[in-house]
Design a protein around this ligand. Structure first.
Ligand code: C2E
Ligand code: MG
Ligand code: MG
Length: 404
C-alpha cells in the first residue's frame, strides 16, 4: 500500500507557474493528492472542508493580498493540525525568522525551501518529514472533538483543572499557579486543551467551559487561602468570554462567595485575541475587573502583532513572554532578540514579567541574569492536580535551598 499517495498537500503561491512546477515535482516523488491555490482566501476555504483539509501545506511567504505570515495566523485560529513548509525567494535570515514564528505557533515545520526550488532539497525535506510523522498512523493524532461531545463533557463535569506553579526568579518563592484545563475522557484518557478549546470557542460553548473552570479554580483558591497558602491563581479567558457584560459579575460573585481577595485572581488573555477583535466590550470588562483589583495578564506575548500604543491602552499588570521565545533563547540570537524586546517593553510599562516554557537550567539562568520577575515551565514543575501541590511545594523549597 503506498501511503504517500494518501497524503493531501496544499500548495499556496500567487505565481501559477510555481504551482505547476511544484505539482510536477511532487508527482515525480509520488505525491498525487495535490490541491493548488493562488490566494490565501481560497486556501482557507479548502482548510475549512474536511474533504480538502491538507496534511501538509507548502506556503509562499510573499503574496500580494494575504501574505504567508498572515496566513499562518489564520492556521492558528483554525487549530490546523498538519505540517507546513515555507517556500520563498526571500533571504535566509527572513526565512529563519518566519520559521521561528511558525515554531512559536507550534505548527510542525520540517524545513523551508528557497526559490527557485531545488527538487533534491524538496525530496530531502519530505523524506525527513515522512520518517518523523508517518511512522504514526495518519489521522490518529488529529482527532478534534465535536461540539456535542464537548457540551456533554461540560455537563458531566469531566473537565478538571490542573495547576502549574509560577515562581519568583530572584527568591524562588511560589507566587501562584496557572489553571490549565484538561478533559478526563472516559475512553481517551487525559485530553489536552488544544484539542477542544478552539471548537468550544467557535460553537458558543466557551462561556459554559470557562464558568466551570473559574468555579473550580476560585473554589480551590479559596481553599488554599484558608489553608494559609497565599497563592495567586491565574485563569485563561478568551475574547469570546469578554463579549458579554455579565462576565465580570460572575467573577465578582465567585470571589465573594469564597471570601477571596480579588488580587489573588489573575485573568490571562492572549495577545493575538486582544488585538484581533472589536475591543469595546472587552475593554470595559477588563477595566472594571482592574478597578476591583483583579490582576490582568497578557499571555503568549510575542506571537501576535501589537503596538506599544495598544499595550498601553489596556491596563495589564503582567506580561507573559511566549514559551517559543524563552526556551533556548540563551543560545539562539533571534529568540534572544524577541525575549529581550518583550522583557524591555513589559518593564517599561511597569508590568510583572513572567517567562513561560522554562525547561532547563540554562533557561533559568538567562532569566536570572536578565532580571525577569517570574518563571513558569517544566523545569520548575509540570501542571499538577490540586492535591499534588503541597508535596511539590515542599520539594521545591529543598531545591531552592540547595541552589536548584
Ligand atoms: P497557555 O495559557 O500559554 O499555557 C501554557 C501551556 O504551556 C500549557 O499547555 C502548559 O502545560 C505548557 N507548558 C508549561 N510549561 C512548559 C514547558 O516548560 N515547555 C513546554 N513546551 N510547554 C510548557 P496546555 O495545558 O496544553 O494549554 C495550552 C493552552 O490552552 C494554554 O496556553 C491556554 O491558551 C489554553 N487553555 C488551557 N486551559 C484553558 C482554559 O481553562 N480556558 C481557555 N480559554 N484556554 C485554556
Ligand atoms: Mg495562559
Ligand atoms: Mg502562554
Amino acid at each position: 500500500m503506498n501511503r504517500i499517495s494518501q497524503i493531501r498537500i496544499l500548495l499556496l503561491d500567487d505565481d501559477t507557474f510555481m504551482l505547476k512546477l511544484l505539482t510536477k515535482m511532487l508527482a515525480n516523488l509520488g505525491y498525487t493528492e495535490v490541491i493548488t491555490c493562488d490566494n490565501g482566501s481560497d486556501a482557507l476555504k479548502k482548510l475549512d472542508q474536511p474533504d480538502t483539509c491538507p496534511d501538509l501545506i507548502l506556503l509562499d511567504l510573499n503574496m500580494p493580498d494575504m501574505d504567508g505570515i498572515e496566513f499562518v495566523r489564520y492556521l492558528v485560529d483554525r487549530n490546523y493540525h498538519g505540517t507546513l513548509i515555507l517556500v520563498s525567494g526571500e533571504d535566509e535570515r527572513m526565512l529563519r525568522t518566519a520559521e521561528k514564528l511558525v515554531h512559536a505557533h507550534k505548527i510542525p515545520m520540517p524545513g523551508y525551501l528557497h526559490k527557485p526550488v531545488d527538487p533534491d532539497k524538496l525530496s530531502e525535506i519530505l523524506q525527513r518529514w515522512e520518517a518523523e510523522t508517518l511512522a504514526q498512523p495518519l489521522q490518529t493524532s488529529k482527532k478534534n472533538y465535536s461540539a456535542a461531545e464537548i457540551q456533554a463533557a461540560i455537563n458531566r463535569k469531566e473537565l478538571v483543572n490542573y495547576y502549574q506553579p509560577k515562581v519568583s526568579v530572584a527568591t524562588g518563592e511560589v507566587i501562584g499557579v496557572e489553571t490549565l484545563v484538561r478533559w478526563h475522557h472516559p475512553q481517551d484518557g487525559l485530553v489536552m486543551p488544544e484539542r477542544f478549546i478552539h471548537t468550544a470557542e467557535k460553537n458558543n460553548l466557551i462561556d459554559g467551559l470557562t464558568r466551570l473552570v473559574l468555579k473550580q479554580a476560585i473554589a480551590q483558591a479559596g481553599k488554599w487561602h484558608r489553608d494559609g497558602l497565599s497563592l495567586r491563581v491565574s485563569i485563561n479567558v478568551t475574547m469570546e468570554n469578554l463579549a458579554s457584560l455579565d462576565f465580570q459579575d460572575m467573577v465578582f460573585d465567585l470571589v465573594n462567595e469564597h471570601n477571596l481577595p480579588p488580587q489573588k485572581i489573575v485573568i490571562e488573555i492572549t495577545e493575538s485575541q486582544v488585538m484581533g477583535s472589536d475591543a469595546r466590550a472587552p475593554l470595559e470588562i477588563l477595566t472594571r475587573l482592574r478597578l476591583k483589583r483583579f490582576h490582568l495578564s497578557i499571555d503568549d506575548f510575542g506571537t501576535g502583532h501589537s503596538s506599544l500604543a495598544q499595550l498601553r491602552d489596556i491596563p495589564f499588570n503582567e506580561l507573559k513572554i511566549d514559551q517559543g521565545f524563552v526556551h533556548r533563547a540563551w543560545t539562539d540570537d533571534t529568540l534572544r532578540a524577541m525575549y529581550d524586546a518583550s522583557l524591555a517593553v513589559g518593564k517599561q510599562l511597569g508590568m510583572d514579567i513572567v517567562a513561560e516554557g522554562v525547561e532547563d537550567r540554562n533557561d533559568w539562568e538567562l532569566l536570572r541574569q536578565t532580571g525577569c520577575d517570574m518563571a513558569q515551565g517544566n523545569f520548575i514543575s509540570y501542571p499538577l492536580a490540586a492535591d499534588e501541590l503541597p508535596r511539590w511545594m515542599a520539594e521545591w523549597k529543598i531545591r531552592v535551598q540547595a541552589g536548584l
